[in-house]
Design a protein around this ligand. Structure first.
Ligand SMILES: O=CC(=O)O
Length: 335
């Protein structure tokens, strides 16, 4: 908690205290715009030392949290913030927040809403095309092999995207954007979701194994929660089959990562495009050696444009809350 001492000067008195739990790159854009309205307390602590700090200092006057996905806002953390009334996360996903506890405490929560859906859907399609047409692999191959005059026909063939059966898991705003894009590439869409959607005609599968059996590709677009943890397990991977491809732009915990790595090594699945990992920032080393896997550092949501948008929305949510207005992008809290 580096700024506590500096910010306790009298000119800060009276401003709502906002505890900032990363991400630093967003905060550095937000701070100049909003520091006259909010008293920001920055934290560069790990989850554990944050709890320790809060236990020691018991900051009773913190009324807001601004956070990204890097910190877990658990019931224990919330308990240490007795005056907390609003929590703004800069992410679309909310699996890092104990939403039940927020509801119980009457803490309002705002997220990124659908702001990232286009960018994340673009990335899902990009990972899929890259993996199936071997674009990154071709790039690596050409940079190394061309120096040795390797004949180009030695580069292995990719797979056709058009005509593929694509199963989307989670047909929310990101899933719908992925479906729209892949339909225009000539793919045939079906889906699994918490509930069947009356507004779409894509075939619905309540069983992920059945969906996988009928598909060539699975794209994970759902949120991570108790029901969806390891929704992709060995059984699903085997059902998808040796030519199958998995794209994950949701959360790492949706896939049993150990099993995925094992199945990739055993050739039980064709390939994967992964933007997220189970224990970020740790990426299983085995994946680095695989040419049928495309990797990205949890970067699907962030473009230069969405970044600016996110700063505006996060600041706008804090402003709205402290002016007694409804949050711009509220998160629905579970019953
Ligand atoms: O992963 C990014 C997000 O949830 O916004």
């Amino acid at each position: 908690m580096t700024e506590e001492a500096n910010h306790s000067s009298s000119d800060m008195k009276g401003l709502p205290k906002v505890l900032v739990l990363g991400p630093p790159f967003i905060f550095s854009s937000l701070e100049p715009l909003y520091s006259h309205k909010f008293h920001f307390l920055k934290s560069h602590l790990s989850d554990l030392s944050l709890q320790h700090y809060l236990q020691l200092h018991h900051p009773p006057s913190i009324t807001a949290i601004l956070c990204g996905t890097g910190y877990s806002v658990t019931a224990e953390v919330l308990r240490l913030l007795p005056s907390l009334r609003v929590l703004v996360t800069t992410s679309a996903g909310t699996n890092h927040i104990d939403l039940r506890e927020c509801r119980r405490r009457g803490i309002q929560v705002a997220g990124a809403g659908g702001m990232f859906s286009d960018d994340v859907a673009d990335m899902a399609v990009a990972l899929l095309i890259d993996g199936m047409r071997k674009i990154s692999a071709a790039d690596r191959w050409l940079r190394t092999q061309n120096r040795h005059n390797a004949p180009w026909h030695l580069f292995p063939l990719g797979s056709k995207l058009s005509g593929k059966q694509v199963g989307i898991i989670g047909l929310g705003s990101i899933g719908m954007e992925v479906a729209k894009r892949l339909e225009s590439f000539g793919c045939i869409i079906s889906y699994n979701s918490k509930h069947k959607k009356t507004a779409v005609s894509y075939p619905f599968y309540s069983s992920v194994v059945e969906l996988a059996t009928t598909c060539d590709v699975l794209v994970l677009c759902c949120e991570l929660n108790e029901q969806t943890k390891h929704i992709i397990n060995r059984e699903v991977i085997l059902a998808l089959g040796k030519g199958g491809f998995i794209v994950n732009i949701g959360r790492g915990g949706l896939i049993d990562e150990k099993e995925l790595v094992k199945c990739l090594m055993e050739g039980e699945i064709g390939g994967a495009g992964l933007d997220v990992f189970e224990n970020e920032p740790r990426v299983p080393r085995e994946l680095f050696e695989m040419n049928n896997v495309v990797l990205s550092p949890h970067a699907a949501a962030i473009t230069a444009e969405s970044f600016m948008n996110m700063c505006e929305i996060a600041g706008g949510n804090l402003e709205a809350f402290f002016s007694n207005k409804p949050l711009i992008t509220p998160v629905m809290l579970p019953e």
